[in-house]
Design a binder for this molecule. Structure first.
Ligand code: E4P
Length: 303
């Protein structure tokens, strides 16, 4: 059996892409998008028909097309500019859901993706009460994970590759062995903590740089994987045993903590990597959203 099929036996496989043909090819359960992925997809001539002068509509156009190829959910991201504004995030999420509703798509098929800042987590807490399910992204610290679980969000996307990138750069090395990979260790710790303490929030490992990182997290609730890595897994043979499991996690001695705003900010700030990567991630998603706006305006002028 190839490793992709083997992985699907222990984790829900999600495609991390705006490329609709890739989703159709790999037939994952769910799919995730972000502004950078949609910038790439919007510039692809195959998807020009989905480009719209209104960015929210364009994101929903891509989401709607992706949903034709997955049985589960699509994640659509809120504008990174709103990352520190709870009220504006609420309004944006509600608008995206209204656009999905106009397209005949119900809330069970969409995850609103929000940066896991304190303000974003508060917005997600409220949205979940309204029946709008959220995927908290750019998640690098344990503090972010604890706050998301306490807020009762549907799903978190803890990043692996960007943590690995940061540590590689800090250590000035070309690679970090999988047994010592700090991105893999971060997701493992979060998964064990959630299962040990019975949180319902799902854990979706994200941002991978190599198949070994994915294999090391087999058993995680979900794993969102870019098409090039899905391809590599599909072409590799071998067993993929579950490295994470609810039973094993329940035996891990890891104390429960509760974080108010001050404690959250303190604990998150203690993690230099997480502070840097969260800020950097917001800047990058924002930069790509602005490039997308410029591209959409040029397309509208040309039309
Ligand atoms: C997940 O939510 C993101 O879309 C994605 O996994 C980020 O991956 P990257 O670090 O390769 O950009």
């Amino acid at each position: 059996m190839n490793q992709l099929d083997a992985l699907k036996r222990v984790s829900i496989v999600v495609a991390d892409t705006g490329d609709i043909d890739a989703v159709a090819r790999w037939r994952p359960q769910d799919a995730t998008t972000n502004p950078s992925l949609l910038l790439a997809a919007a510039q692809d001539p195959r998807y020009r028909r989905l480009v719209n002068a209104d960015m929210d509509r364009m994101f929903v156009n891509f989401g709607r097309e992706i949903l034709k190829h997955v049985a589960g959910r699509v994640s659509t991201e809120v504008d990174a500019r709103l990352s520190f504004d709870t009220v504006a995030t609420l309004a944006k999420a509600r608008r995206l859901m209204a656009l999905y509703a106009e397209a005949g798509i119900g809330p069970e098929r969409v995850l609103i993706k929000i940066a896991a800042t304190w303000e974003g987590i508060r917005a997600a807490e409220q949205l979940e009460r309204e029946g709008i399910h959220c995927n908290l992204t750019l998640l690098f610290s344990f503090a972010q994970a604890v706050a998301c679980a306490e807020a009762g969000v549907t799903l978190i996307s803890p990043f692996v590759g960007r943590i690995y990138d940061w540590h590689k750069a800090a250590r000035k090395v070309e690679d970090i062995a999988i047994e010592e990979d700090p991105g893999v260790a971060s997701v493992t710790r979060i998964y064990n903590y959630y299962k040990r303490h019975g949180y319902q929030t799902q854990v979706m490992g994200a941002s991978f740089r190599k198949p070994a990182q994915i294999i090391a997290l087999a058993g995680c609730d979900l794993l969102t994987i870019a098409p090039d890595l899905l391809e590599k897994l599909a072409h590799a043979q071998g067993a993929v045993p579950a490295m994470l499991s609810v039973d094993a996690a329940r035996r891990v001695p890891i104390a429960q903590v509760s974080l108010n705003e001050k404690a959250y900010r303190w604990l998150h700030n203690e993690d230099a990597m997480a502070v840097e990567k969260l800020s950097d991630g917001i800047r990058k998603f924002d930069a790509d959203a602005r490039k997308l706006e410029t591209f959409m305006a040029a397309q509208a002028r040309a039309a």
